[in-house]
Design a protein around this ligand. Structure first.
Ligand SMILES: Nc1ncnc2c1ncn2[C@@H]1O[C@H](COP(=O)(O)OP(=O)(O)OP(=O)(O)O)[C@@H](O)[C@H]1O
Ligand SMILES: [Mg+2]
Length: 240
């Protein structure tokens, strides 16, 4: 079943038109990568879905129902959660408290047990009483994903989860995301770390200058070095 469908979506920041007739669809339980260079429009596409871009037009449906005129809260309550590029955690609260607050703020979906988060994120289990500000970048990213996941989203939008993380932490995050995907969560992930995104996803969309440039299976994309060269600056953009 199609969970999310965007058709001819345009988005604007003030007078600046940044998405041009973007179309994409995501099936239930699928993992879809949204790829493209710096400034291509990946984050704005996710914001168009969550309603957090200042102005958007076109058709966006979730479970077949139009959400283009819905408020940010209403879209969130339908089970769409975004983990933004800038990790959103409470620095003065402990890991456990960060998860409790997120769980308590959950509307529209039945939240998952906090203990399940510690099972999925063993790193966080060891840090339950540590405050957010004392966590490493990788640990904060795990917590940021866990805060979204505890709200039991149907659709999890991950915006460049590996950005700024050391390679060994990226491997941990990959394991965690594999686990999440096996728990009936549909995921859209944007990445500049193409290898990471390809390993996790089944299909990809490439966006260039706010327009659809290509879409297809990951198997096909792996054969297309021309696309990787043209649109994805492979080897240049990986976090170090
Ligand atoms: N708040 C904003 N106000 C005005 N223009 C913006 C704003 N945010 C993004 N843009 C512009 O919109 C375009 C798309 O940006 P977006 O952040 O969606 O790209 P991206 O693919 O996520 O890039 P990155 O890989 O750097 O995260 C860019 O030209 C960017 O400069
Ligand atoms: Mg971005």
């Amino acid at each position: 079943m199609t969970l999310l469908d965007l058709s001819d979506v345009n988005a604007y920041y003030g007078n600046s038109h940044v998405l041009f007739d973007i179309s994409l669809s995501v099936e239930e339980n699928e993992v879809v990568a949204l790829l493209g260079r710096n400034g291509a429009g990946k984050t704005t596409t996710l914001r168009a879905i969550t309603g957090t871009v200042p102005r958007r037009e076109g058709t966006i449906t979730f479970r077949g129902e139009s959400i283009i005129d819905e408020s940010v809260d209403s879209i969130s309550n339908k089970g769409i959660k975004l983990v933004p590029e800038e990790r959103r955690i409470f620095p003065t609260l402990t890991v456990q408290e960060n998860l409790s607050v997120a769980r308590g703020a959950c509307r529209g979906t039945e939240p998952r047990p906090i203990e399940e988060m510690f099972e999925i994120f063993p790193v966080l289990d060891d840090l339950r009483e540590n405050r957010g500000r004392n966590l490493s970048g990788g640990e904060q990213q795990m917590l940021s994903v866990a805060r979204a996941l505890v709200q039991n989203p149907d659709l999890l939008l991950l915006d460049e989860p590996t950005e700024g993380l050391a390679p060994v932490i990226v491997e941990d995050l990959a394991d965690v995301l594999e686990d999440i995907v096996s728990r009936d969560v549909t995921v859209v992930i944007t990445e500049q770390n193409v290898d990471f995104a390809l390993d996790l996803s089944e299909r990809a969309y490439i966006i260039e200058s706010g327009e659809n440039a290509w879409d297809g299976s990951i198997a096909d994309l792996r054969q297309r070095e021309d696309l990787l060269d043209e649109y994805l600056s492979v080897g240049e953009a990986n976090a170090d």
